[in-house]
Design a protein around this ligand. Structure first.
Ligand SMILES: [Zn+2]
Length: 331
């Protein structure tokens, strides 16, 4: 038993009640600029997502972390309604994505570090803003005048961040600084989109230098390549969480290669630093016409780990239940 609590979109719950969790998904993603970059990102059919969530729950799923932050297609109202309807715990994101996710002239490109921090803290402690793809949320912080109304009192539960070359080149590193400050002010975990091992090392180091504890840092997608697992070992030994989701994504590698990576981390005694998910786009969600759906871990991948690789139920429980309960807790 812990006293830790997780900030879901329907309110805080004891971490022990979170249950089987996909640690990085996109339950909804509105049409707009992100979908113009890649049409498969668009996940905006309420009934299709609810159907997908129902199947997930029927298979044993209980919780999911939605990793689309404000300003780039987050659908906070639908997240709230779908969570209420399906009783799947959903955690929403404040924070920011890669710079490419925001069109020229988007407010987040020019907002100061201090204001970004205030926005993130507000979303984590008061409630999320709506309409932020096209409007600045600041007007509502002081005046609450209806320009950007709060979304049904629903709060964000994590700070999503994304490292890319443009952002790293920014001399102030203001987006990352704002995320670190908001985490330190609230206790919220920071979820980090990374594309290379070098970026992950840089970002973990940056946040730790700012005083963020490693257990509050969740590094995503490092398993896109299964080469150089020693880097995973180093980051996990620091105390960061590694979120793996290149599962059922055969353009990167086979599920067998993913299993070998997980076995390696088990051998190194690092099972308590691993989180799993699918990070699906609409191309992989069954109710959007895709091929695997949110039951793939429960129905296919985890049974394969058990049956073919002899992974213990206790380790699977760690990755799917115990580690998410710790990683996503506000403490
Ligand atoms: Zn993602």
């Amino acid at each position: 038993m812990t006293t830790a609590r997780i900030r879901t979109i329907r309110g805080d719950i004891p971490a022990d009640d979170f249950g089987f969790c996909h640690s990085h998904e996109h339950a909804f993603l509105a049409g707009g600029h992100p979908a113009t970059l890649s049409p498969v990102l668009r996940i905006d059919d309420y009934d299709a997502t609810v159907a997908e969530l129902r199947e997930f729950r029927a298979a044993g799923g209980r919780a999911m972390v939605d990793c689309q932050p404000l300003g780039c297609g987050r659908m906070e109202r639908e997240l709230f309604l779908a969570s209420t309807e399906t009783e799947v715990h959903l955690v929403a994101s404040t924070g920011f994505h890669k710079l490419a996710m925001y069109p020229e002239g988007h407010w987040i490109r020019t907002t100061s570090e201090e204001r970004l921090k205030d926005i993130f803290v507000h979303e984590l402690t008061e409630g999320m803003y709506t309409g932020t793809d096209t409007r600045e949320p600041e007007a509502a912080i002081d005046t609450n005048d209806g320009i950007a109304k709060l979304a049904v009192d629903a709060k964000a539960g994590i700070i999503k961040t994304a490292v890319d070359a443009d952002r790293m080149a920014d001399p102030d590193k203001r987006w990352f600084a704002a995320a670190a400050a908001a985490s330190l002010a609230t206790g919220a975990p920071i979820v980090c989109h990374t594309e290379t091992h070098e970026e992950a090392i840089w970002l973990a180091d940056y946040y730790m230098t700012k005083g963020v504890e490693p257990r509050k840092i969740i590094l995503c997608h490092l398993d896109r390549t299964t080469e150089r697992p020693e880097t995973h070992r180093e980051l996990a030994r620091l105390g960061c969480y590694l979120e793996y989701d290149t599962i059922g994504r055969f353009k990167y590698h086979s599920d067998e290669e993913e299993a070998e990576l997980l076995l390696r981390m088990l051998d190194w005694g690092l099972a308590d630093r691993i989180l799993l998910s699918l990070d699906t786009t609409r191309a992989r969600l069954k109710h959007y016409g895709g091929d695997i759906g949110w039951t793939y871990l429960l129905d296919r991948f985890l049974p394969m780990l058990r049956d073919r690789y002899g992974v213990a139920d206790a380790d699977i429980h760690r990755w799917m239940v115990a580690n998410p309960a710790e990683a996503f807790a506000f403490i």
